[in-house]
Design a protein around this ligand. Structure first.
Ligand code: MGD
Ligand code: MGD
Ligand code: SF4
Ligand code: MO
Length: 730
């Protein structure tokens, strides 16, 4: 029996109460006092689950009383939570009960008008339209777009293959795609920084205190307590800087120049690891020749960081090698923001290589994951591999040949939708209309898709442009597939169902997809249950579903150390890339200026995370939003000197304008930002009329950024825009 079955569900509580009343027939049972006593004395069940508020998916113990979620604590064994949850995790406990939930399948009828329909009607209509599109256009112009989590990815990708299209894409293409594309051509799979064991860590646009998981924040706190030298380079004094030795402000989009300057010093002053270079790398001589021109004095002119500081950083890194590293972050200067993102990332990996820190304690290490099993293919055959080309150009010669195929490119699908070339899209657990740039463009493009089906829990901006909206149960109302955990030690974890579905017409994705497949005549590819898949995944580990339902997370022994190896095309650490050259890009990284440049009357608009908000969707969580309102977190950051010159005081209402938008928001006037940058949090500016909690508060940076795509990774260019700011009338 599962923990859930054993628990006292809301329905059984109601049933039990009614029965008691009927039998006893006593007036006492009707009294509020009696009811209150009973409710207070009710047994508390503690169910292991996973937080659903961000991709860290921390392990949580959810306390349930009278069938309702009461509170949660962090699982100690789970490597992301390590016994703690962040504020967003606590705020998310209100999600199942939220008034803005989508409660029924919905069908668009005309502009912004939806009617509830039954699941049967939804499946019948969607499958009829999809079959018609397949007959007319074949499966090529079709895509699945998701925030990749185990259940969504397994079922969504299998459905795509069963229908016959290969284009499955993830929100990584609006997060760290440029980084992945570049990484594949320097070191192979991504390595992570061992922050708490290093002697010196350089953070480039990474904010462990706001773009956070509890384990990251704990690692930085440990580094601080141990006295590890931490230097944070960011145009903005971000919240993590209070745990750092130094904040080095940089002109937005110029980290590539800083890294070229650092590499120049490491090589010129013989501070690099020669043995590593000789034994593991290729292309060093070509790189050395190219980087000679990029002196710190030159780097100062592009980054606005004094040459003396660049020498100091390079020498500190070199002297502390190999126990020194660059924490590369997700996206800030290298993932999906600036035109030079891919080469900025290649340079981060190259500097780490010069420090010889790969595979070393306090350096860069590859996480190890568990060896999970899969379904028996003789009983549950996989759909055949789609034969058509992807519709987003990822991995295709002449389009985005170097882009990471696993993440694909949401911006490219959008661009092609605008050209009328995309026929069917299924979006799941993602809100690209709000989280990509230029919402006007996004909306127009998505409206041009012949059939757009969206799966969500609330009325996001993307739900509002879909033809059909399918309501999922929220993260506390469903069990999900087993998830592998990667890190120093591998592990497995699972989201168990904590409460009954609050809205009976909502369904889990692992139910929706097989039912839709059945209507499409593809039911043979889903002849198993979610439990079958989870059990098959756990089999090689000799664990059962019941183990995970009771323990939540199981950590496994660390694997034996492996010899250092790089899974690149040449199997070497690549200072130079043949593949880059073949596709018309420089073989070794060279300086490329960002597109946006602040002038005397403009700012580069940068943006990012805040500790209490998860991207955009958590602004609709009432507790999180109240904190934002109480602390004026929606404000645009402007440098104090620039503000003075513009006659703007802290708290003034200002008008921010870019080539595509003109909006008003209050100003935060501060010394904590580079004079050429203005910063906006990502979390606000919800404009779906049915996100009633978040709606009307703040603006989104994405409102101001024209639609543009980074050519190598296929990512959005979130920060390549300048804005003008002036005081506005109240
Ligand atoms: N609270 C919270 N935590 C989260 C998330 C969330 O939404 N909310 N999301 C999760 C996800 S998906 C991600 S990818 C991570 C992101 O985590 P981070 O990458 O750490 O977060 P960001 O705020 O996107 O960017 C970090 C910093 O980059 C700076 N920056 C901007 N431009 C430049 C530049 O040109 N150079 C340099 N050096 N810095 C620059 C910004 O000022 C910002 O302080 O956070 C994860 N954790
Ligand atoms: N300007 C700017 N833009 C950015 C960033 C930035 O720093 N600046 N950050 C970028 C980054 S790093 C990322 S990763 C992306 C994130 O982009 P998204 O992944 O699009 O962002 P979210 O707001 O997390 O959207 C999640 C969606 O899933 C829905 N949802 C939540 N729970 C469930 C569930 O259980 N089931 C289903 N089916 N749906 C659910 C939510 O309601 C919401 O609509 O944004 C990027 N955009
Ligand atoms: S970091 Fe916070 S929001 Fe993200 S999964 Fe963990 S507790 Fe939830
Ligand atoms: Mo992200």
């Amino acid at each position: 029996m599962s923990v859930f079955e054993k628990s006292f569900s809301r329905r059984s509580f109601l049933k039990a109460t009614t029965a008691t009343l009927a039998v006893a027939g006593s007036t006492e049972a009707f009294s509020f006092g009696q009811w209150q006593k009973k409710a207070e004395a009710a047994e508390v069940k503690v169910v292991p689950s996973l937080c659903g508020s961000c991709s860290a998916e921390c392990g949580m113990w959810v306390h349930v009383k009278n069938g309702r979620v009461w509170k949660a604590t962090g699982q100690k064994d789970h490597p992301s939570s390590r016994g703690k949850l962040c504020a967003r995790g606590h705020a998310a406990l209100s999600v199942p009960y939220h008034k803005d939930r989508i409660t029924h399948p919905m069908k668009r009828i005309g502009d912004n008008n939806y009617v509830p329909i039954s699941w049967e009607e939804a499946y019948t209509e969607i499958s009829a339209k999809l079959k018609d599109l397949l007959a007319k256009h074949g499966p090529q112009p079709m895509a699945y777009i998701e925030n990749p989590r185990p259940t969504g990815s397994f079922y969504g990708r299998r459905l795509a293959a069963a229908i016959g299209f290969p284009t499955t894409t993830t929100h990584h293409s609006i997060c760290f795609n440029s980084r992945t594309a570049a990484n594949n051509h320097v070191i192979g799979p991504l390595a992570t920084a061992d922050v708490s064991n290093a002697k010196y860590v350089l953070f480039l646009g990474r904010n462990y205190a706001e773009g956070l998981s509890p384990s990251n924040t704990a690692a930085l706190t440990t580094a601080y307590e141990k006295g590890i030298k931490v230097v944070i380079v960011d145009p903005r004094h971000n919240a993590a800087c209070i745990l750092a030795n130094e904040w080095v402000p940089i002109r937005p989009g110029t980290d590539l120049g800083l890294l070229l300057g650092i590499a120049n010093v490491l090589i010129q002053e013989n501070l690099y690891d020669k043995e590593f270079v000789e034994q593991y790398s290729l292309g060093f001589d070509e790189f050395k020749k190219t980087v000679k021109q990029y002196t710190p004095e030159w780097a100062q002119t592009v980054t606005d960081i004094p040459a003396a500081k660049i020498y100091e950083i390079a020498r500190d890194l070199g002297k502390n090698r190999p126990t020194a590293c660059i924490e590369q972050g997700y996206k800030a200067p290298n993932g999906a923001n600036y035109i030079n993102g891919p080469d900025t990332f290649r340079m981060m990996a190259i500097v780490n290589g010069l420090l010889g820190n790969f595979g070393k304690k306090g350096g860069m290490n590859w996480p190890s994951g568990p060896r999970l099993g899969s379904l028996d293919k003789t009983k549950h055959p996989d759909p055949p591999r789609p034969k058509v080309k992807r519709c987003d150009g990822a991995g295709i010669k002449g389009e985005h040949p170097l882009a990471a195929v696993a993440a694909g490119s949401i911006p490219e699908i959008t661009k092609r939708a605008m050209e009328g070339k995309i026929k069917f899209v299924l979006t799941n657990r993602i809100n690209p209309v709000r989280t990509c740039i230029d919402p006007g463009y996004m909306e127009k493009a998505f409206h041009k898709i012949d059939l757009h089906v969206h799966c969500d829990i609330q009325w996001s901006e993307t739900a509002r442009v879909a033809d059909y909206v399918l309501p999922e149960t929220s993260f506390l109302e469903r069990e999900d597939l087993v998830a592998g955990l990667s890190g120093g030690r591998p592990g497995v974890t699972m989201r168990s169902q904590v409460i009954d579905a609050v809205h009976v017409e909502t369904k889990a994705f692992d139910q929706i997809v097989p039912e839709l497949a059945e209507h499409l005549g593809l039911g043979q590819y889903f002849n198993f249950t979610r439990e079958d898949v989870s059990s098959a995944m756990l089999k090689p580990l000799k664990l059962t579903l019941e183990d995970l339902r009771s323990k939540g997370t199981v950590m496994l022994p660390a694997p034996a150390a492996k010899p250092l190896a790089f899974a690149t095309p040449s199997k070497m650490f690549q200072f130079s890339s043949k593949e880059y050259a073949e596709h018309g890009y420089p073989a070794v990284p060279v300086w490329q200026a960002p597109l946006a440049k602040a002038e005397a009357d403009s700012f580069v608009l940068i943006s990012g995370k805040q500790a209490i908000m998860s991207h955009v969707f958590s602004a609709n969580h009432p507790f999180a939003l109240q904190i934002a309102k109480d602390y004026n977190l929606e404000r645009i950051w402007i440098n104090a000197d620039r503000a003075k010159r513009l006659g703007i005081k802290d708290g003034d209402l200002v008008e921010v304008s870019s080539p595509i938008a003109r909006k008003k928001v209050r100003a935060k006037v501060t010394e904590r930002i580079h004079p050429e940058a203005a910063w906006l949090p990502l979390g606000y500016g919800a404009y779906s009329p049915w996100l009633k909690t978040a709606g009307g508060f703040g603006v989104s940076p994405n409102d101001f950024v024209p639609f543009q795509i980074e050519p190598i990774g296929g990512a959005c260019l979130f920060m390549e825009v300048t804005v003008k700011i002036r005081k506005a009338g109240e």
